[in-house]
Design a protein around this ligand. Structure first.
Ligand code: MHO
Length: 214
């Protein structure tokens, strides 16, 4: 995961098995990087086999000028049922919103207040400030994308290292495509808006996306 760059926001979400939420958030324009990991507990050095009191979590870095926290919160709300998720695997699948800045907490509280006004019970979602986040094993990063060898190889070919490829914005989108949360022509349109990249680089990325055999 690259260091926090100027203007990048961070939020984290626990909502069951982390493979799918990584693809869900990664498909959104404005999301810059995603990583799966373990958070929400106190155990040191958790692993997939020995997670202790942590929960499967996806860390999301995003550009708030392109995608709001409210939009990410909407995806969280609409893509899991906190009660069932918790019941299925206990703390490993605990539903948690991990906020990192007051604006995020305000958005969460506004949602909770809306529910109360509608007479709904409190959701089975924990709300907490993001504490230590432990990245998951490599096999759990961009899990769906790695099921498509040609896509994965072509992504690797675009970056100087495995780590840079895996933590790239393009890896997020291709992982979203692999899981069916995004579509290819929308990605090709979006690539034209990646103005932080040189035009030549954008053409190279687009050519690689077009050439993938899924
Ligand atoms: N598909 C697995 C969960 C894997 S996830 C990383 C299952 O349903 O048991 O927790």
């Amino acid at each position: 995961m690259p260091d926090q760059e100027a203007g990048w926001r961070t939020a984290a979400f626990s909502m069951g098995c982390f493979w799918s939420p990584e693809a869900l958030f990664g498909a959104r324009e404005g999301v810059l990087a995603t990583q799966t990991g373990y958070a929400g507990g106190a155990a040191e050095a958790p692993t997939y086999r020995e997670m202790g009191d942590h929960s499967e979590t996806v860390l999301v870095r995003y550009d708030a000028a392109v995608v709001s926290y409210g939009e990410l919160l909407r995806l969280f709300r609409e893509h899991h049922d906190p009660a069932n998720t918790n019941g299925y695997k206990g703390r490993q699948y605990q539903s948690i919103l991990h906020w990192t800045e007051p604006e995020q907490l305000e958005a969460i509280e506004a949602w909770l207040e809306e529910r109360r006004l509608a007479g709904l019970p409190e959701p089975d979602t924990e709300i907490r400030e993001l504490g230590p986040f432990f990245p998951a094993e490599e096999r759990h990063q961009k899990y769906y994308l790695k099921r498509y060898p040609d896509a994965w190889e072509k992504l690797l070919g675009l970056f100087p290292s495995h780590a840079e490829a895996e933590s790239s914005r393009l890896a997020c989108r291709l992982n979203g495509l692999a899981k069916g949360f995004a579509n290819r022509s929308a990605l090709l349109d979006e690539l034209e808006r990646w103005t932080g990249e040189a035009p030549e680089r954008r053409r190279e990325l687009a050519a690689a996306v077009r050439s993938i055999r899924w």
